[in-house]
Design a protein around this ligand. Structure first.
Ligand code: K7E
Ligand code: CUA
Length: 666
């Protein structure tokens, strides 16, 4: 139990009587005489301390009421995303992104998933990729604030990016980014959703074959910073108007967008500027781990994307694998790429809400290094360089741009911000959150500027953390969630693979306070973003009749009730089927071996939640057809048999009767 005093039911009554708790929306909730007995009784039965009872009330969202915040959580190598309510921490939804999901019929024979997944695999791959490693979600923004329209997330494993529309919470587009093989934390959206950025993590060979000897790492391997243009109508990635900047073969890691003061710039951390390649098969070779920590400093990449846009407009690009590329020498000549030294092997780079401070987490160094963007800009303008890297990229003079080093603790990784000029940095090794004050440009001058004010232990081994709207120009302050990698003894044992632990932290009191442990048992979240629920104003409950979710337009295959039909054109068998509680019309598909079945399913219902499924045994086909939706299934009928297709979603009292026959004659 907790560390506070255990209180009897009677004592609890006295302590809680007349007490007030700040509710989720900031309203004050009092305990009237009528409620006292119940609250006290429950508290006593559960053997809660008063502190625990108060924590429970702060996270409680009564039946039928909604959470004021949504978290969009990456799911790591599950390839999915989770949608979680705050403060209840209830899981609202899993969004399949890079991985198949049978509940939503994603990747199981339907155009809804298959087309997206297949388009998201580069042409030269023999098989579509059916998994990814989601790491860094990025919500669309308007004037630096989340606007609730679109969501992007990268695939750490395969260097891809996905776009999710927040009207229906479905993945609309996956793009396999040319010229990069992997990506890590380089995913962010610029303040007006001009671009979503994705950078390479491990560099890859820029050779024709895609292979290069590791002896030629410096010559042949390259990284890339990709600026993907966002179509302002659809949120889709407009690759024709996107560009890349060639980077040296360092490992480009976390990244963030400049905002307000630093608008127009992007920042990427790097490590392995030593260009270590591991043992490379040599008996006396050293591991990449050993080779990549030799230098005292790595390089913070500072990219002027507005200048880069101009360079692209001026045609100073080459095309590589269909992508416009600004060559490294051009980037140097045009002064759109600069480096600043940063203590070795850093992790996160996070820009504070005013855009003045660039906070770099040490990982191996117990400090956050804070760069002042105004000084960075002045150093760029005056060419205040301390040298160049081996590729000729100018390195800004450290003393000219570094504003402060704040001692935080062991293993600083990622930083988030509140509305009062404080920063919160995760400490992986110390397994804690450090709260620290930013400087004068964030309202802290005098003695408290750039000092740590509090450390909160978390359980255990925190990776990322998130504050409410903490990536925007207007953070909300109220909540913080610690995204812990290990849960060890926090939950009952459920086998050898343990859930991660999201811990909800209340930031409204004089001290940070953990309110709730929340097991994450469906993937390993890396980064998440937290958006105010009232920003999600465009969420649909049903589609307009006959909608193709890919475009939100009326599908050319949509039908109304009464228009159902079967059309045979040689071996092509087109079936236009309506779906309605509790039958398919037609409920019989007259196929023959060798036919190509084109099944067009329209859910003709308009009742919210009246979703139907469509499953064909033995054929690996499963669809979810939401009200108003059109789902297309293309299937080679290559095996004879009588297949009992059925509705896989319990939709009505006669759901089990919602069946039919796919007949495939020998
Ligand atoms: Cu630190 Cu992929 Cu953002 Cu994981 S990364 S924790
Ligand atoms: Cu339709 Cu079950």
């Amino acid at each position: 139990m907790g560390n506070g005093p255990q209180v009897s039911r009677r004592a609890a009554l006295g302590m809680l009587a007349g007490g007030v708790v700040v509710g989720a929306a900031g309203a004050r909730v009092g305990f009237g005489a009528s409620g006292e007995g119940d609250v006290g009784g429950t508290q006593g039965d559960l053997n809660l301390t008063t502190e625990e009872a108060q924590a429970a009330l702060k996270t409680y969202v009564p039946p039928g009421k909604y959470d004021p915040y949504f978290i969009f959580a990456s799911g790591g190598h599950s390839g999915q995303m989770g949608v979680i309510g705050v403060p209840s921490m209830r899981l609202l939804k899993i969004i399949p992104v890079f991985s198949r999901d049978s509940w939503q019929g994603y990747g199981f024979g339907t155009d809804a998933g298959n087309v997206v997944l297949e388009a998201g695999s580069a042409d030269d791959k023999s098989d579509p990729l059916y998994w990814g490693d989601t790491h860094h979600p990025a919500l669309s923004e308007t004037e630096g604030d989340y606007d609730g329209r679109w969501l992007y997330i990268n695939d750490r494993a395969n260097g891809r990016i996905a776009m999710i529309d927040l009207r229906d919470f479905k993945t609309k587009q996956i793009v396999d980014i040319p010229n990069i093989q992997t990506s890590h934390g380089g995913c962010f959206v610029t303040p007006n959703s001009e671009y979503v950025h994705i950078s390479s993590m491990t560099p890859s060979p820029w050779t024709d074959s895609g292979y290069a000897s590791l002896d030629r790492y410096k010559e042949d391997f390259r990284g890339a910073s990709s600026w993907l243009k966002i179509d302002q109508q659809t949120g889709h990635l407009d690759m024709a108007n996107s560009f890349q900047i060639e980077l040296p073969p360092y490992t480009q890691d976390l990244a963030d967008a400049g905002k307000l003061t630093s608008f127009g710039f992007g920042f990427i951390n790097s490590y392995n500027t030593e260009m270590a390649t591991g043992t490379a098969g040599k008996a006396d070779g050293q591991t990449l781990e050993a080779g990549s920590v030799a230098n005292d400093f790595d390089f913070l990449h500072i990219i002027d994307w507005q200048k880069a846009e101009q360079v692209v407009a001026d045609g100073k690009t080459t095309v590589r694998n269909g992508m416009k590329v600004i060559g490294l020498q051009t980037a140097i000549d045009e002064k759109l790429l600069h480096f600043a030294p940063e203590p070795r092997n850093p992790h996160g780079i996070d820009v504070n809400p005013t855009g003045d401070y660039l906070c770099v987490s040490g990982k191996l160094d117990p400090h956050a290094s804070v760069y002042d963007f105004t000084k960075v800009k002045a150093a760029i303008d005056s060419e205040d360089y301390q040298g160049t890297d081996p590729f000729g990229v100018p390195i800004l003079t450290l003393e000219s741009v570094l504003e402060a080093q704040v001692e935080l603790g062991q293993g600083p990784l990622h930083t988030q911000f509140d509305d009062k000029g404080y920063a919160y940095t995760s400490l992986f090794v110390d397994t804690a959150v450090a709260k620290w004050a930013l400087g004068p440009k964030a309202g802290h001058d005098g003695a408290d500027a750039f000092t740590r004010v509090e450390t909160l232990p978390v359980q255990n081994n925190i990776g990322h953390l998130v504050t409410a709207e903490g990536d925007t120009v207007n953070p909300n302050g109220q909540w913080l969630v610690a995204l812990n990698k290990w849960s060890i003894d926090r939950f009952p044992p459920v086998g050898t693979l343990h859930p991660q632990n999201f811990q909800l932290v209340d930031l409204t009191g004089s001290n940070m306070k953990i309110l709730l442990d929340s097991p994450i048992g469906w993937g390993e979240p890396h980064y998440v973003q937290m958006i105010s629920a009232d920003k999600l104003t465009n969420v649909m409950q049903v589609y307009e009749p006959g909608t193709d979710p890919a475009t939100f337009a009326t599908s050319e295959f949509a039908i109304e009730a009464g228009e159902e039909r079967v059309e045979r054109k040689g071996k092509d068998l087109h079936v236009y089927m309506s779906v309605l509680r509790s039958h398919y019309t037609p409920d019989f598909i007259p196929g023959k071996v060798g036919d190509k079945l084109h099944l067009h399913l329209t859910n003709v219902e308009q009742t919210p939640d009246a979703t139907h499924g469509f499953a064909i045994p033995q054929y690996n086909v499963e669809a979810s057809i939401d009200p108003g939706e059109v789902v297309n299934i293309d299937l080679d009928l290559n095996r004879a048999g009588s297949f009992a297709m059925y509705c896989s979603e319990f939709c009505s009292a006669l759901h089990l009767e919602m069946q039919g026959w796919l007949q495939v004659q020998p």
